[in-house]
Every structure is written in C-alpha cells, then in structure tokens.
Write a protein that binds this ligand. Structure first.
Ligand SMILES: Nc1ncnc2c1ncn2[C@@H]1O[C@H](COP(=O)(O)OP(=O)(O)OP(=O)(O)O)[C@@H](O)[C@H]1O
Length: 601
C-alpha cells in the first residue's frame, strides 16, 4: 500500500523517496539487531505502515511529520529510530544536556512513553539513561533527574520553563547537546495551552537538531508547530488519514448505538454489563466527573466495581489506576474526557465560586496536564461505551481509538438520548455513514432486548433514586481523600516497600450503606432466552480470545518488571507468598470471585 509522502521544499537536496514496498521487515528498514530483538521480545515482529515509512526517514536524519490513525504504532515509529541514533552517538562527547527531548501533552502520556523507552533500553541492554519530568516536581527533584545529564528527557512542555528558571537546564547546553526533538500528539500540545512554552524553547533548538512531529489528527495547530520548529520536513500522511475528517475508526472496531431516554441510561448500561452482553475490559466515558461518580456508585450497588479516572486525582494515583487497569486488575474504568471535562468543570467552578467559599474544603484543582483519552495505549480494552455522547466528532474518534489498537478487534456502544441525537447525527455524517464501508457505520446494538431491559427496571430505578447529588458529592470527596492518602502513602511507603504496590486498590466500594447481596447476580428467571443466548455468545467470543480468566489482583512475577522507582513506574512486582496472604478477602474486583449460583436480584 503506497503511503502518501509529501517531499520537502525544493530548496534542499533530498533524494527521491521511493514508493514503499509491502511488508518490509524491521531489519530491512535498517534497524539495529538489538532493537529488532527487543521488539520481538515484546511480541512485535512486523512494522505497521507508519513505521515502515517513518523509521528509514528518521534514521536518515530527516525532519518528519507523521499523521496516522489512533493505535497505528506512532510511538515506536519515532522511539525506535531515536534510540538507534543514540546508540551510535553514545559516549561521543560529554554532554551538558540530554541529546533527545520528547514532549507530550499529558502526564499520563509522559509515563507511558517513559515506560516504553525504559523497556526498550532494558531489552537492548544499552547504557542509555531516560528521565521523565512533570511540572509538579520541585526544583530539587528536577536537579536530581537532570544530573548526569540523562540521554533522553520525556516531559510536558510546562516543565521546560521551570527547568530554565531553576537553572537545572541551560539554554546554551541545549543548543550544544540537542540532537533530536519529538512532539508527540502534536495537535494536542497547543490545545493544552503549551504554545508559549514551546515557543520559548524553540529559540534554543540548534539548527542541526532533527525534529519529529507525531499526531493522529491534523489541525491548524499542527501547521503552526510545523512552521515553529521544522525545517523542510517530510510529511507522512497514510492514505486513510488526512485531516481529522478522513480519520477513520480502525477497521477492526464495530460501532453500535442504543437509543433511550436520559433517565434510562443507567438502566441500559446496567443491562449491558450485568447481563454480560459486552466483552471486558470496558472503558465508559462520561462528560463530567460528577456523572462518573454517579455511575460508579450506581454500578457498585450491583456488585460491578470500577474506578473513576479524572483530572482532580493526584498524578500518582492516576498513573497507578492506569497501570492497574492495563494489568487487568479490574475490568471497568470510568473516564472523563480531557479538555472537554476541564472546560466544563472550570466553567462550573467559576459560577460556583461563591457557594464554595461557604464550604469547608475547596474542590481539588483540576490538573491541567491530565489526559486519558488521547494517545494513552490502553491494553486489551475490548469495549468503549459512550454513557454520554462526546461533544465533538473528534472527541468520538479519540474515545473509540482506545479500543481496536494495533491489530486487535474492539467494539463501541453509544447510549444516545433524544437531546444527544444532534451530535450523534453529526458524528454519523462525519464518519461518512457509507453502507459500503463498515468502519463508517454505527448500527443498533443487536443483543439487548426490551424484555431484558424491563426485567431490571424496578431494581435499577430503585437504586438510581438512592444515588443522590449529595451521595455523589460525598463519594467524589471520599474518593479524592482515599487517593490523596494513597498518593501520600505512595511517597512515604513504596520507596521503602516497592513490592506492596499491588495492595493499593482504586475500585474500593464508596457507598456508605452495605451492599445488598441480592443485587449482585441476575436470577435466571429474569433472563429471557434471547438474552441468555446473547450472553453465551459473548462468553464464547471471550473464551475464543483467550480472555476467560477474571481479573486477578496478583499476577505471576513474569508479568511484571521489577519496579525501579515505585513513584514513577507503578509497575507492581508479582506478589510474594506473604503478600498473597496479606490481601484482604473481598477486596478484589467482583471478577475474581468464582461465579456463584444465580440468586435473586
Ligand atoms: N509493529 C507493531 N506490531 C504490532 N503492535 C504494535 C506495533 N507497533 C506498536 N504496536 C502496539 O500498538 C499499540 C498502539 O501503539 P501506539 O500507542 O504507538 O499507537 P499510536 O498510533 O501512538 O496511537 P494514538 O494515536 O492513540 O497515540 C501499542 O500497544 C503498541 O505496543
């Protein structure tokens, strides 16, 4: 499949870039054997289309703008050649600043890229040093992190001015040492308000520095960044991705929708999850943090435990929740969109400011570097549910992009109320809604019958009434207290006992009242034959995918790398004998319990 490659301006000598043949291997791309072996150890044997084109160009030292759809392997497309160039450069001269900078829009992405780079360096057994910075780090930590200096720096742009003002990074040293600069999720960098930080930084970038810009979407912001830091770049745009308009949902994602009233959304999502009509793991998107907690409280009354990932949690907790969810320690994650939530919450913040003065505790400030939709590589998420519709078609594309990543299959279900029909129609027309192109179609969800929904109505409405605004606010405050405590505990405890990371639980029951056991299981008499059949199909599909084991709190040692720095990697070590006994029973996510005989609900 030929990739669209725009060549740079004519005023520079550039050899013709021949059309890309199909299926070139990593070796044929000129990759160092250590990197090829490392990728194979990670189960990656053949390059994705964007990698096939980008890696040789980056190895040749070209500036590159790479646009490819979500989940297409953009991270390795720049990390792998970046590392190879540093292998060659290693020890060449004593540097006063890192040779490579990778700038990303959110802390979660910082952590994700840091983990990927660390893993590749470890597998290649090379002496390269990588650090990640976040703007909440005090100057002393920044100084420690940059001592040496490291070879690779991963950071959000907001940290750079802090490093300059603290004197831990000198512009002259950057000008002397910087070889390669990457802006990942580039279109998001400016929308997160980093333009001034990036502009201030670009004045220190040496002319010889190779600059790479990665994004799943293109926008005016990307154009702005191109002018700011790139010199005659190669523009790589895979055929199926032009601007966000051509951004198609990965072909391996089936998209469904359910129409219901706003009032019945809780009933419908309960039916989907309780009747096991969707494949785990599941990410459920809401548009506000309050709705996320309302949903969490409602579901936990039926024994469905989840965690709410949102902008007000401490960074350590957010990263640990992502780590635990990716490790399969719980199956349901409720997430709020990045910028959309922030805007809405901050808008609420302003007009509630007088009310809050009377409150004892001011609401936790939202972390401006929060982001769990764009770019985060969730592992084995099979279903994305839009409990509330996103406010834009781009938001829809990036939410759905959390499933069906790389070559995996996935599904999305949007629960659409009448007042969301307008944005739903916009999304459908945006995707093309072409009868001949399955990936542009959103079809009615076939497995949920009216009978099945009605059979749960009484219980659902009864419980929904008990989840009041006050209960939601209290749960949100309680969760925040738990997580701040976890986060503080992390600082103190895990430096000494890194192995106990997996004792932290983020899906603790928040309800004050004891859970009613009879709500935990759906009795057979409430499951009509069609629903029972549908549930069996989903279970068989899950078994076929080898995803039959319920979430486990403890995984064998081989699944977890030894955590180097517990506050950074949050990679829990496999549990030793003593710890397994130490895990309190009943604190597991409901999936770890043996399925009980169905009792009345
Ligand atoms: N050549 C490959 N073969 C198979 N899987 C791959 C390959 N390259 C990367 N992956 C895997 O694909 C997943 C998505 O990769 P990555 O996060 O880089 O995608 P992306 O294009 O950056 O997505 P997003 O637009 O959401 O940032 C990751 O789990 C990664 O390990």
């Amino acid at each position: 499949m030929a990739e669209a490659i725009e060549k740079p301006a004519k005023d520079t000598e550039r050899e013709e870039v021949e059309e890309e043949e199909e299926e070139r291997t990593f070796e044929e791309l000129g990759l160092d054997a250590r990197l090829t072996r490392a990728l194979i150890k990670k189960g990656i044997s053949k390059p994705t289309p964007i990698q096939r084109v980008a890696i040789p160009l980056i190895l040749e030292g070209k500036d590159v703008v790479a646009r490819a759809k979500t989940g297409s392997g953009k991270t390795f497309a720049y990390l792998v050649p970046l590392l190879q160039k540093l292998f060659a450069d290693f020890g060449s001269r004593n540097k006063l600043a890192p040779s490579a900078f990778v700038l990303v829009p959110t802390r979660e992405l910082c952590q994700q890229v840091y983990t990927e780079v660390s893993s590749l360096i470890e597998l290649c057994r090379v002496q390269l040093k990588v650090v990640q910075l976040t703007s909440s780090m005090p100057a002393s930590d920044l100084r420690t992190a940059l001592a040496g200096p490291p070879d690779i720096l991963i950071s959000t742009p907001a940290c750079l001015p802090k490093c300059f003002s603290a004197g831990v990074l000198q512009p002259a040293s950057i000008n002397d040492s910087l070889e390669i600069l990457v802006l990942d999720e580039a279109d998001l960098l400016l929308s997160y308000g980093y333009e001034d930080d990036i502009k201030a930084f670009t004045s220190h970038i040496p002319k010889r520095c190779q600059c790479l810009l990665m994004s799943a979407t293109s926008s005016a912001d990307v154009e702005k960044l191109k002018k700011l830091i790139l010199h005659n770049p190669f523009i790589l745009t895979l055929p199926e991705v032009g601007d966000i308009k051509d951004e198609v949902i990965p072909k391996n994602v089936q998209q469904f929708w359910i129409s219901c009233s706003t009032r019945d959304k809780l009933l419908h999502i309960l039916s989907l999850l309780k009747l096991e009509l969707v494949q785990k793991k599941v990410i459920i998107f809401t548009n506000t943090i309050d709705m996320g907690f309302r949903l969490r409280l409602f579901l936990e009354k039926f024994g469905i435990k989840s965690a709410v990932l949102n902008a007000e949690l401490p960074q350590n907790s957010r990263l640990h929740i992502l780590e635990e969810f990716n490790a399969g320690l719980f199956d349901y994650l409720i997430a709020t969109d990045d910028s959309e939530t922030k805007e809405k919450e901050e808008a609420n913040e302003e007009n509630n400011v007088k009310l809050r003065k009377s409150r004892r505790h001011a609401k936790q400030k939202l972390d401006s570097e929060f982001g769990v939709v764009r770019g985060i590589d969730f592992k084995n998420v099979h279903t994305v549910i839009n409990f509330e519709m996103p406010r834009s078609a781009g938001g829809y594309v990036h939410r759905i992009g959390r499933t069906g990543r790389a070559y995996n299959t996935g599904a999305s279900i949007s629960i659409v109320s009448p007042d969301e029909m307008e944005i739903f129609e916009e999304i459908k027309s945006f995707l093309g809604n072409d009868e001949n192109d399955a990936s542009s179609l959103i079809t009615p969800f076939p497995l949920l019958t009216k009978n099945a929904v009605e059979s749960l109505r009484y219980r659902a409405e009864d419980i929904a009434k008990s989840v009041t605004k006050v209960a939601v606010r209290e749960a949100r405050a309680q969760d925040l207290r738990n997580e701040i405590l976890n986060s503080e505990k992390l600082k103190a405890h895990f430096e000494v006992n890194p192995k106990d990371l997996d004792l932290l639980k983020h899906d603790k029951v928040l309800s004050k009242k004891p859970l009613a056991p009879h709500l935990r299981n759906v009795p057979d008499y409430l499951m009509d034959p069609k629903t029972q059949e549908a549930s069996k199909i989903v279970k068989l599909a899950r078994a076929a995918m080898g995803n039959t084991q319920p979430a486990r709190r403890h995984r064998s040692n081989k699944n977890f790398r030894k955590s180097r720095d517990p506050l950074k990697t949050f990679t829990a070590e496999g549990s030793g004998k003593g710890r397994r006994g130490g895990m309190k029973r009943g604190n597991h996510s409901e999936n770890t319990e043996k399925p009980k005989r169905k009792k009345s609900i």
